[in-house]
Write a protein that binds this ligand. Structure first.
Ligand SMILES: Nc1ncnc2c1ncn2[C@@H]1O[C@H](COP(=O)(O)OP(=O)(O)O)[C@@H](O)[C@H]1O
Ligand SMILES: [Mg+2]
Length: 244
């Protein structure tokens, strides 16, 4: 069943500029699907993700969520950015349960915090957390509204390699446990292969989908295995050929 249908015919930041930032992008995600989005820096990945999130209405096209036109952010979509973006004056649990106008479900926030491995830190303040812990809070917050889809914009790129691996595994198991799909923007091609069942390669100027690759490997996948390395090399070749 199609969860989200994305069509971006044109996206400009500067009115009447000749070169659009995004052009002729069309794809659908089924419920629970794990999809990666890779592409060179500046090719429009974050712009596309913001459109899908309902955070940028200024484009030519449409995003259908459950068959209905998306107008603004939705409780069905949770977003995790590269930086945790926590409110420094709120506790960890208050950050997770930050949900405008909906009242606070503390028990649910605490359940999510336990799931992301932060039991006992509910009343801590963001400044007391490591980078990895802060990003765990951001992941718990994204799950708070029980979304059907998580959008992640290079969520691990500011973290050290070991923390990144732990969080990649965590996001994958949470997506499965919460039956949420993933649309994961990353410039780490191995990460895309490890987490996604389909990978879109975006080209630049204008940003568009150059290629869609299916990852025919079962989860959990072995880091550094020959199959992962082959797919990674394949994707890197596509990315290289896209750079002119
Ligand atoms: N708010 C903005 N105003 C003008 N140009 C922007 C804005 N945001 C992004 N851009 C431009 O759009 C292009 C795509 O940016 P972005 O989506 O951030 O790329 P990526 O996430 O792939 O690195 C870049 O050329 C960038 O400079
Ligand atoms: Mg970006």
């Amino acid at each position: 069943m199609t969860l989200i249908d994305v069509q971006v015919r044109r996206k400009h930041f500067v009115a009447r500029s000749r070169e659009p930032v995004l052009a002729d992008i069309a794809f659908q995600l089924a419920a629970g699907e794990l999809v990666g989005l890779v592409g060179a820096s500046g090719c429009g990945k974050s712009t596309l993700l913001r459109i899908v999130a309902g955070l940028d209405p200024d484009y030519d096209g449409q995003v259908l969520l459950n068959g209905r036109r998306q107008r603004g952010p939705s409780r069905d979509i949770g977003v995790v950015f590269q930086e945790p973006r926590l409110f420094p004056w709120l506790t960890v649990a208050e950050n997770v349960a930050f949900d405008l106008g909906q009242g606070r479900d503390e028990a649910w926030a605490n359940t999510l915090l336990a799931e992301v491995g932060l039991k006992g830190l509910e009343n801590a303040l963001p400044k007391q957390l490591s980078g990895g812990q802060a990003q765990r809070v951001a992941i718990a917050r994204a799950l708070y509204t029980r979304p059907r889809l998580l959008l992640l914009d290079e969520p691990f790129s500011a973290l050290d390699a070991f923390t990144r691996m732990k969080l990649q595994d965590l996001v994958l198991s949470l997506a499965q446990a919460h039956q949420a799909g993933l649309l994961l923007v990353t410039h780490d091609v191995e990460e895309a292969v490890l987490l996604s069942d389909r990978v879109f390669v975006l080209g630049a100027a204008p940003g568009r989908v150059l290629r869609e690759l299916t990852v025919p490997l079962r989860h959990p996948r072995q880091r550094g295995s020959a199959a992962v390395a082959d797919l990674r090399a394949d994707l890197l070749r596509t990315l290289e050929s896209a750079v002119v």
